[in-house]
Ligand binder design. Structure first.
Ligand code: UTP
Length: 303
């Protein structure tokens, strides 16, 4: 295990996908801007990066980048209106997103896949290890994952992916990892990766979820990666190369996540995220839970 690695400070958030599962809401708005209770999904993701110590954030944006940029920028008109009203509480909420981190943007011309989106970050990232957080993947703020991944990368070098055990009938929705155990209970060594396998071909029940800490060699590999499944340049295919050859940016470790995670690009998961997070909010939770209980009771009587 190697020790002297530069401290990871950069986070890349790909947010240039088409978001077809959420049409028509995503026709003119990136799916990452859909609100989860009262904050856009992507703000939770930026907050997660910042709380893991990464305050240089690069967003990879697509055709509808305006709402994203505006959300993380100052809004002087709104701020001065709230100031005049003396509404300090809402003013703080408006300022929160623009004060969070140092945010940069790069455009992905065509949405040619997640691997291609990550490659767009190469000039900004340079030669340091960096994190990738998918903008539509929400990790519950009480279950820190990225900080643990950064810790493992700093200890072991190479790259680190986040893994979650899923049911066999779910594995075709994810990249899947072949793994070996390590001395640490929540960490495995990744020996191979397959993008969206059929249940029968899946090497394990470990699915890759949307957090990565990557060695910069991934860029060289991505430049040579041909479009794979769905005609897209797949990050999983490039990671497979890292897992195969320790000399070019490996090893690849996986941190097994057992906390709460929501895919806010999926309508069902999006609804579950809102209900859970709203129930747990101090301001909204008590009233919302009372309503939810009576709603569920009514539903149970009817069905
Ligand atoms: P998804 O696989 O969820 O694809 O992307 P998508 O196009 O955004 O959504 P659907 O499936 O059509 O509903 C995973 C992540 O990678 C980003 C997306 O924004 C999302 O955060 N992405 C994907 C890019 O930035 N560029 C791409 O070319 C593809």
């Amino acid at each position: 295990m190697t020790q002297s690695h530069p401290r990871i400070s950069k986070a890349v958030i790909p947010a240039a996908g088409l978001g077809t599962r959420f049409l028509p809401a995503t026709k003119a708005t990136p799916k990452e801007m859909l609100p989860v209770v009262d904050k856009p999904a992507i703000q939770y993701v930026v907050e997660e990066a910042v709380s893991a110590g990464l305050d240089d954030v690069l967003m990879v944006t697509g055709r509808n980048k305006r709402p994203l940029e505006d959300h993380f920028d100052r809004n002087y008109e709104l701020e001065s209106a709230l100031e005049k009203k003396g509404d300090g509480e809402r003013l703080a909420k408006v300022r929160e997103s623009s004060d969070l981190a140092s945010i940069h943007y790069v455009r992905q011309g065509d949405p040619r896949g997640l691997g291609h989106a990550v490659l767009c970050a190469a000039p900004h990232v340079g030669h340091e290890p960096f994190a990738v957080l998918l903008g539509d993947d929400l990790i519950d703020p009480r279950d820190p994952l990225l900080a643990r991944m950064v810790e493992i990368q700093e200890k072991c070098g190479g790259s680190v992916v986040a893994l979650m055990e899923v049911a066999p009938e779910q594995i075709h929705l994810y990249g899947c990892a072949a793994v070996e155990p390590t001395d640490e209970g929540d960490v495995v060594r990744v020996t191979g990766l397959v993008e969206k396998p059929d249940a029968a071909d899946a090497p394990s029940s470990y699915a890759i979820i949307g957090r990565y800490v990557l060695d910069p060699h991934i860029f060289d590999i991505l430049r040579k990666t041909e479009p794979g499944r769905g005609g897209e340049i797949q990050l999983t295919d490039a990671l497979q190369h890292l897992a195969e050859d320790e000399k070019v940016g490996g090893p690849v470790h996986g941190v097994v996540f057992k906390g709460r995670r929501y895919d806010t690009g999926d309508r069902g998961d999006y609804l579950r995220a809102i209900v859970r997070l709203a129930c747990e909010r101090e301001d909204l939770g008590p009233d919302f839970r009372t309503w939810l209980r009576s709603y569920v009771a009514e539903e149970m009587q009817q069905h």
